[in-house]
Design a protein around this ligand. Structure first.
Ligand code: GLY
Ligand code: MN
Ligand code: MN
Length: 465
């Protein structure tokens, strides 16, 4: 955990931002989640907003912040003898509260009465959106008579204030992100070394998970580690690598305090890139470098996304897969056949940071609405950037058989796409290059150790064990 004053300070900041509001904000902690029986749970993951304001990384806790007096109360129970016998020594509830800089504690069973009293007195209750079925169930139980109104208590002002606060990372948080990226760099180094013909995806994915566990607090998301890199969030590890495959590894470890790394690299298996692979790889690298160089406070990320799309499209025209003019092709969304996702997203305690608080609330300014154009519709981050934001930059090029067949059969954007030529490239799979950056006062700083990215560095590293 950070020191207790960090959490007290964060809560004070939240109360100050919400000085026009009154009542109680409820922070539900997460519970263990059973894998196949209660005593065999999935690895525990605390709710990120609870971690941010209270830091306590254990199940069985909730907290309430009173916006009228600024005081927080931690609800939980002291460990039972059974807890200690089976799971080892646990601090008391009071000790835990002290670590979070909280003075008031109460048994967990008292939470329901606290909320009922507030509602009886017509005090506003502010909830965060439930994202686990268990949250919804608990909220219904806790709210008693008001249980049908769970959604009505989800509080836009509180969500806005939390998102604003969590969007700007402190120095201590950036150190955590750097620690996550240290682990992530080791993971990618291991993947590079093992990317040889005959190795299985599963063996490499297992190694990634092992390093993440051994060096940090585990994986920040289920990695993609696949020669089928065109499947954007591929979680299948069933293939063996062959010479001339491209292995796409999108993986990240977490720091001791659960901050996330999120890096993608592509490795040519068993030798240098083929000419076609190299050409496409360099197109993605050019788009990523251009985007990284364009990041500065005040610039809207959607503009950087569009810029990266134009760079990619230019290359695709030169390769003969698309036809210009570039601006018209990009405005029409034709490039999305090859790049159907957004350029990046916020990063922090969550890999898609704060997504449970509302994707548009995190990624879009009030005067920006999300496009429904294919490709642009999955742009998670569009808003003007500010110092302290941490985000990913991850352009890619993909050859997705189902998407290709549908568009070709519909003659979609036929003036911009050379379908016949593209068909000959369908064996390429997918190429993505992803780095994590901090927006600074005058530009951006890439976070974490350098992980090979240029063609020559990647080729030198591939299979170099
Ligand atoms: N690793 C998931 C993503 O890059 O969005
Ligand atoms: Mn990402
Ligand atoms: Mn990623």
């Amino acid at each position: 955990m950070f020191a207790p004053p960090t959490y007290a300070h964060r809560r004070r900041t939240l109360c100050r931002t919400l000085r026009d509001e009154s009542g109680l904000v409820l922070f539900l902690g997460n519970e263990e989640s059973a894998m196949n029986a209660a005593a065999n749970p999935y690895p525990f993951r605390q709710d990120s907003t609870f971690l941010y304001y209270f830091g306590l990384d254990v199940p069985g806790l909730d907290a309430v912040l009173d916006l009228d007096d600024g005081e927080a109360r931690l609800f939980g129970d002291d460990p039972s003898l059974d807890d200690i016998v089976w799971m080892g020594d646990h601090p008391s509830l009071r000790d835990r509260a002290e670590r979070a800089g909280v003075d008031r504690t109460a048994p967990r069973s008292a939470l329901s009465e606290t909320l009922a009293n507030a509602l009886k007195q017509d005090r506003p209750l502010h909830l965060l959106p439930p994202y686990r079925p268990r949250h919804r169930q608990r909220l219904r139980t806790l709210l008693g008579d008001a249980r049908d109104d769970v959604e009505a208590y989800v509080s836009a002002p509180v969500l806005d204030a939390i998102v604003t606060q969590r969007s700007v990372k402190s120095e201590a948080e950036v150190e955590q992100l750097e620690a996550a990226l240290d682990t992530t760099a080791h993971m990618h180094e291991a993947a590079f070394e093992r990317a040889a013909p005959g190795t299985s995806e599963r063996a490499i994915a297992g190694r990634l998970a092992g390093i993440a566990e051994a060096k940090g607090r585990g994986l920040s998301f289920r990695p993609t580690c696949s020669i089928r890199g065109e499947v954007l969030h591929n979680h299948d590890y069933s293939h063996s690598l062959s010479a001339n495959d491209l292995l796409l590894v999108d993986a990240g470890g977490t720091s001791p305090l659960h901050y996330a790394g999120d890096i993608t690299r592509v490795v040519p298996v068993g030798g240098p890139f083929t000419d076609r692979q190299r050409r496409l790889y360099n197109a993605v690298l050019d788009a990523q470098t251009t985007a990284l160089n364009a990041i500065e406070p005040g610039t809207s990320f959607i503009e950087i996304h569009r810029h990266a799309c134009r760079v990619l499209t230019n290359h695709l025209i030169e390769i003969g897969l698309m036809n210009g003019p570039v601006d018209a092709a990009v405005n029409a969304g034709a490039h999305a056949l090859f790049f159907p996702h957004g350029l990046g997203h916020m990063l922090g305690l969550d890999v898609h940071d704060m997504e449970n608080l509302g994707e548009n609330r995190v990624g879009y300014a009030e005067d920006q609405s999300r496009s429904d154009q294919f490709g642009l519709h999955t742009l998670r981050l569009a808003r003007p950037l500010a110092p302290g934001f941490v985000l990913t930059v991850e352009p890619g090029l993909y050859f997705i058989p189902a998407l290709f067949s549908q568009w070709r059969d519909e003659h979609r954007h036929a003036e911009y796409i050379n379908y016949e030529r593209t068909e000959a490239f369908m064996d390429i799979g997918g190429i993505r290059i992803e780095d994590d950056v901090l927006v600074t006062n005058d530009g951006a700083r890439r976070l974490g150790p350098e992980i090979p990215k240029t063609v020559s560095a990647v080729e030198a590293q591939a299979g170099a064990s």
